[in-house]
Design a protein around this ligand. Sequence first.
Ligand SMILES: O=C(O)CCC(=O)C(=O)O
Length: 263
Amino acid sequence: MAGAKATPSSPKTYIEMKDRFQSEGYCAVPNMLSASDCQAILNHESKPRPKPINWMKGRAASDPFYAHLGSHQQLVKPLRELLGENVVLWGVDILHRQPSQVHPWHCDIESCDPNGGFVSIWIGVQNTSKESALNLISRSHKYGVTIQERAHREGVKREEIAMKHIHEWAADFDPESELIKPEVGNGDALFFDGRLWHGTHNVRSEGTRVAILLQYAAADRDVKLIDFKNFSWPLQRLENPRPPVLVVSGQGDPSHNLIANRP
Ligand SMILES: O=C(O)CCC(=O)C(=O)O
C-alpha cells in the first residue's frame, strides 16, 4: 500500500476460515497488512490524533484513519461470514507490550456474552513474533465460562493465573483444547471469538511489540463499556456512557447501540 492509509489484503478462503473459526474459536490470516500499512499505523500513532469518543477504544468514531482501516472490505467480507450482514466496529486499540511485559489471561469483558456475536481482529504491527504474539486457548469460546469466573471459583487472582492453571482448567472443559502460540509476524492477523480465553507475555529479549486490535459485533448485540475499576468476577458492564459503534456492513440498530457518524 502506498500513502497514508492502511489497506488490508484478502484471506484465501472464507469457508475454510469460517469452519476453523467456529470449531477452534480463532483463525490466523497471514499478510493482512503490508509492511507499509504497518508503518502507516506507526506513523499515524506518532502524530497528534483526534480524541477517541466516550472511551479509549472509541477511535473509529473520531479518527478517519481508523474508520477507514476498520471498514476495509478485506476485513469486512470475512466478518460478514462470521457475524452476518449487519456488523459494527465498536473498539480500536493500539497495544504496546515491552519485553517481559505480561497481559494476564482473560476474556474480553465487553464481548464475552455466552451467546456470542463478537469477533476481534488482532494484527501484529511491530516486533511481532511467536514470542510476543497473543496466546489463545483453542475451543475456549464454547466453555460457557469465562476465565475470570473459573479463576474466581478456584480462588486465583487475575495476576496469579499461571500456565499450570490454564492447562488444568482448559483440559477440564475440553480435552481437545490447546494452548496456541501463533507463529505470526508483522501484518499477520488473528481473528478470534469474543469469548476466547487469551493473554500475552512478550518474552522477546528486545523490542516493544505493537499490535492493533479491531473489535466488531453483530449489530443486534448490546455493546457496553467495562468498569475499569473491576476486571474480576463478577464482570460488570456499564449502562452509561455507551461506546459509539461504527456501522461497517449493512445497518446498525439504534435500539441496541449508540451509532456513530462516520468521522
Ligand atoms: O497486547 C496483546 O497482545 C493482548 C491484548 C489483549 O488481550 C486485549 O487487549 O484484550
